[in-house]
Design a protein around this ligand. Structure first.
Ligand code: ATP
Ligand code: MG
Length: 347
């Protein structure tokens, strides 16, 4: 278990003090995937660098499985660091070394024999799907393959914790998915705690159990992904959550609704947003039963599973035809069921 207690980090710069991290409290359970999101400069990297003593807090305590990290130094700190693997956006590989040598690198100081190191590195290369590329150099690999080397290297000392600092930010969507699959596999197989910093909410939705949102050094919101995605409290969290939902929405709603407005000028076009448990309820069926004179056509729709997969966000774009008072009644009914309705065209 990782515990950050009232952690602050202030840097002294020529321009004055920078409060990079400001009174942060955070607990990450063992085996959990914890996402940290926030804009550039929010303090995400500084926060996680205090986990392995790459930065020491100005105040507060960092505990890993009950051991204070922020007071360690020398060999004890070096030993502690081995328990934490890290992967980065720009891979940080050694360009003059082969895949195998890169993976072996962290083991060089750990006192195991060369034969043992080679064997272990080969196993890790197999694990990340690069078993047949061990003699290649990083420059000969694709971005996704380079990150796989980064992951294998991060696992070399059998860490308990893996920190991913924007590790998929430089990759295309397909490669990102492959790397996320690999991280999910590792999390489950090795019971590794993973902390994943990203500005991409789909990475959080896909992988994380819990998420924290950082702004100006502060943790402004945190909780299970299912809760934060379905019921975000803070403005910034809403922006992050919505940016993700909007992006994964159907391609061209504007075009589709424009076409439909042309085709059915008399219809009301409405978007219905479902949150959490509502997705599983027969709300639409009930609405149709209660308002039989309202005809509803579904134009577009999408449901996103989130977090523990017990929960979801869904949006339906529908066209409602019928008497205005019936339509009003139907919309009232939906609002009462806590479905967010938004009229896109009045017909
Ligand atoms: N060594 C340092 N010396 C001075 N200021 C620093 C140092 N490291 C970070 N900062 C400042 O602390 C703040 C937080 O930086 P940090 O790198 O933690 O942000 P971040 O959320 O990781 O951003 P990004 O998404 O761009 O990586 C920034 O204002 C940054 O300029
Ligand atoms: Mg950063």
């Amino acid at each position: 278990m990782i515990e950050l207690k009232d952690i602050s980090k202030t840097f002294q710069t020529k321009e004055g003090e920078v409060k990079a991290v400001n009174n942060v409290n955070l607990t990450v359970n063992s085996g959990e995937v914890y996402g940290i999101v926030g804009f550039s400069g929010a303090g995400k990297s500084t926060l996680v660098r205090m986990l392995n003593g790459l930065e020491m807090p100005t105040s507060g305590e960092v505990l890993i499985d009950g051991t204070r990290i922020d007071t360690l130094s020398g060999e004890k700190l070096r030993d502690q660091r081995k328990k934490i693997g890290m992967i980065f956006q720009h891979f940080n590989l050694l360009w003059s070394r082969t895949v195998l040598e890169n993976i072996m690198f962290p083991m060089e100081l750990s006192g195991i024999s060369k034969a043992e190191r080679v064997k272990k590195a080969q196993n890790l290369a197999d694990l990340v799907g690069l078993g047949d590329r061990v003699h290649s150099y990083p420059a000969q690999l694709s971005g996704g393959q380079k990150q796989r080397v980064g992951i294998a290297r991060a696992l070399a000392n059998d860490p308990d914790i893996l920190i991913s600092d924007e590790a998929t930010s430089a990759l295309d969507p397909q490669t990102t998915d492959e790397v996320l699959d690999l991280l999910e596999h590792i999390n489950q197989q090795m019971n590794l705690t993973i902390i994943i910093i990203t500005h991409e909410m789909h990475v959080i939705r896909r992988l994380a159990d819990s998420v924290a949102v950082m702004e100006d050094g502060k943790l402004i919101e945190k909780g299970p992904v299912s809760t934060v995605f379905t019921d975000p409290q803070e403005e910034l969290t809403k922006r992050f959550v919505n940016s993700e939902v909007d992006k994964s929405q159907t391609p061209d709603i504007k075009q589709i609704t424009a076409d439909l407005i042309k085709k059915y000028p008399q219809g009301k076009i409405v978007s219905l947003k479902f949150h959490g448990d509502q997705v599983k309820l027969p709300i639409v069926t009930e609405m149709i039963r209660e308002f039989p004179n309202v005809t509803m056509s579904i134009l577009e729709g999408s449901i996103h599973q989130i977090g523990d997969r017990q929960s979801a966000i869904g949006t339906l774009f529908v066209q409602l035809l019928g008497e205005p008072k019936d339509i009003e009644g139907a919309l009232d009914f939906l609002n009462k069921m806590r479905v967010e309705t938004k009229v896109i065209n009045n017909g």
